[in-house]
Design a protein around this ligand. Sequence first.
Ligand SMILES: *[C@@H]1O[C@H](CO)[C@@H](O)[C@H](O)[C@H]1NC(C)=O
Ligand SMILES: *[C@@H]1O[C@H](CO)[C@@H](O)[C@H](O)[C@H]1NC(C)=O
Ligand SMILES: *[C@@H]1O[C@H](CO)[C@@H](O)[C@H](O)[C@H]1NC(C)=O
Ligand SMILES: *[C@@H]1O[C@H](CO)[C@@H](O)[C@H](O)[C@H]1NC(C)=O
Ligand SMILES: *[C@@H]1O[C@H](CO)[C@@H](O)[C@H](O)[C@H]1NC(C)=O
Ligand SMILES: *[C@@H]1O[C@H](CO)[C@@H](O)[C@H](O)[C@H]1NC(C)=O
Ligand SMILES: *[C@@H]1O[C@H](CO)[C@@H](O)[C@H](O)[C@H]1NC(C)=O
Ligand SMILES: *[C@@H]1O[C@H](CO)[C@@H](O)[C@H](O)[C@H]1NC(C)=O
Ligand SMILES: *[C@@H]1O[C@H](CO)[C@@H](O)[C@H](O)[C@H]1NC(C)=O
Ligand SMILES: *[C@@H]1O[C@H](CO)[C@@H](O)[C@H](O)[C@H]1NC(C)=O
Length: 499
Amino acid sequence: MGLVFLGLFLMVVSATAADEAAFVGVNIGTALSDMPDPTQVVALLKAQQIRHVRLYDTDQAMLRALANSGIRVIVSVPNDQLLGIGQSNATAANWVSRNILAHVPATNISAIAVGSEVLTTLPNAAPVLVSAMNFIHSALVAANLDSHIKVSTPHSSSIILDSFPPSQAFFNRTWDPVMVPLLKFLQSTGSFLMLNVYPYYDYMQANGAIPLDYALFRPLLPTKEAVDPNTLLHYTNVFDAVVDAAYFAMSYLNFTNVPITVTESGWPSKGDSSEPDATMDNANTYNSNLIRHILNNTGTPKHPGIAVSTYIYELYNEDLRPGPISEKNWGLFDANGVPVYILHLTGSGTVLANDTTNQTYCVAREGADKKMLQAALDWACGPGKVDCSPLLQGQPCYEPDTVVAHASYAFDAYYHRMVMGDGTCNFNGVATITTTDPSHGSCIFPGSGGRNGTFINGTALAPSFNSTTSGCSPQFFQCEYFYMHSVLFGVVLWAAVYL
Ligand SMILES: *[C@@H]1O[C@H](CO)[C@@H](O)[C@H](O)[C@H]1NC(C)=O
Ligand SMILES: *[C@@H]1O[C@H](CO)[C@@H](O)[C@H](O)[C@H]1NC(C)=O
Ligand SMILES: *[C@@H]1O[C@H](CO)[C@@H](O)[C@H](O)[C@H]1NC(C)=O
Ligand SMILES: *[C@@H]1O[C@H](CO)[C@@H](O)[C@H](O)[C@H]1NC(C)=O
Ligand SMILES: *[C@@H]1O[C@H](CO)[C@@H](O)[C@H](O)[C@H]1NC(C)=O
Ligand SMILES: *[C@@H]1O[C@H](CO)[C@@H](O)[C@H](O)[C@H]1NC(C)=O
Ligand SMILES: *[C@@H]1O[C@H](CO)[C@@H](O)[C@H](O)[C@H]1NC(C)=O
Ligand SMILES: *[C@@H]1O[C@H](CO)[C@@H](O)[C@H](O)[C@H]1NC(C)=O
Ligand SMILES: *[C@@H]1O[C@H](CO)[C@@H](O)[C@H](O)[C@H]1NC(C)=O
Ligand SMILES: *[C@@H]1O[C@H](CO)[C@@H](O)[C@H](O)[C@H]1NC(C)=O
């Protein structure tokens, strides 16, 4: 039976989602004190080769600016219009006429998102959600647009319970009376499930049970990967695990052929002191890896090769958004269209790809334990065979004379000598990869292009590695600790989220 379902799924889904390659789009929130005008927005989208966007409304000027741009658009019914539309077919038809019919075909509207995270943010509108979708769909049918414009509604992934391991996931049963007709609607209209996936929040809420690398799509050692004990599928990142949890939650309700589009995913580049992992580097790493992952058409472990197109949250930093500092810092660009950070996508020749350096550095992790840093520094300059002479008094990297600064130099020298191999910037967890050149003054870090246009690479500063002198794998600081940790992680990861 299971095989039959899987077979059907692959057939049906590949006919809808996978015959198009997965794409990466961008959400456009507008809570900026100096929101660029629509023509500027479209110019930025074009310059960045962004061909898919989602709007949170149906702003008429924005839709006009997007006309004949080749950019495909998801428009939204804002939550505050949902009750009216869900209660009246005429109101729905009127909405479609004003907001859709007035703009197609010049503006390429590909889908209508009816509300936003309605079950979790506006539960009192939940009873009319499916009728709102039905009414809007009827109006599209009447206009013969239903095959071009899909109707769906974005969900928070928090409606999926027990999502680790993914095979045990199910939708919060409170919402079965909505989810069952909703999935029927998506199935019968050839639409897709819209899901917002935020590994950042999963990571934050897991209290250490989820390693940062796992949330950021960084390579994990095989022993650190999470294995679903029921399916034996290996999960190398949180994103895939959440998407698969949604597939399993749908199949739990016997829906096995509804594809998924991720309507929001991202990482904040700045946060307050309670959000130490909302950093530029982590945001860059997450979004760069996410884009690579999506565009590679990797799919997920449950459905390899099935496209999971994804809209990054979000185009602009929205300074007017209320809440913690991170809320205002999910954007890829500031209001002037200047990138908040340059994504590492050299060579992909596609969306947002204009990185010129691709360079990474290995430095001491902020807030790392000083004793562990010192031990790692001693290891790097000793058994790790880093040339630490630039750290000596009178040498360029002596100042600032702190364990953090010295460890950063030594870690980076080691990392570059190991040609930035997976796992070579770990040092028992006290090291982290950064995209910001840590060089200062005349202290030029290995891997840095230098300040004067001189190309200085790792080998210039660190002698070639001699592996024969070290008893244990040079790859990792303190081998025995490392392996112990990695085994623990694998277990702890699933165990902790089970609770
Ligand atoms: C809208 O996008 C689809 C898919 O890319 C394309 O086939 C279609 O030609 C586009 N329509 C217009 C009017 O640009
Ligand atoms: C709603 O209106 C559409 C036309 O916009 C019509 O085709 C459909 O039958 C109506 N549905 C209901 C339930 O009245
Ligand atoms: C399920 O949803 C209901 C309604 O929103 C909520 O009260 C309840 O806490 C949720 N259950 C879980 C386990 O999150
Ligand atoms: C799913 O299908 C199985 C087998 O037909 C059935 O036993 C089960 O009740 C169905 N579950 C739901 C939620 O409809
Ligand atoms: C790209 O996909 C191939 C298989 O389709 C896989 O082997 C490879 O690891 C993927 N690369 C990335 C960066 O995900
Ligand atoms: C990258 O994109 C930004 C924003 O559009 C632009 O200012 C910058 O010149 C681009 N860099 C390259 C190398 O194309
Ligand atoms: C940039 O990084 C990617 C992934 O690590 C790599 O495949 C690519 O060759 C690098 N490009 C350059 C110019 O170094
Ligand atoms: C860059 O120039 C400054 C001043 O001319 C010099 O002190 C420094 O050593 C140079 N750095 C490199 C990497 O050449
Ligand atoms: C380091 O730089 C030197 C001189 O530019 C070059 O010959 C060498 O190939 C470089 N090594 C690496 C690993 O890039
Ligand atoms: C590596 O270390 C051994 C023992 O100290 C030494 O004999 C050998 O020459 C070294 N090899 C290199 C490439 O430095």
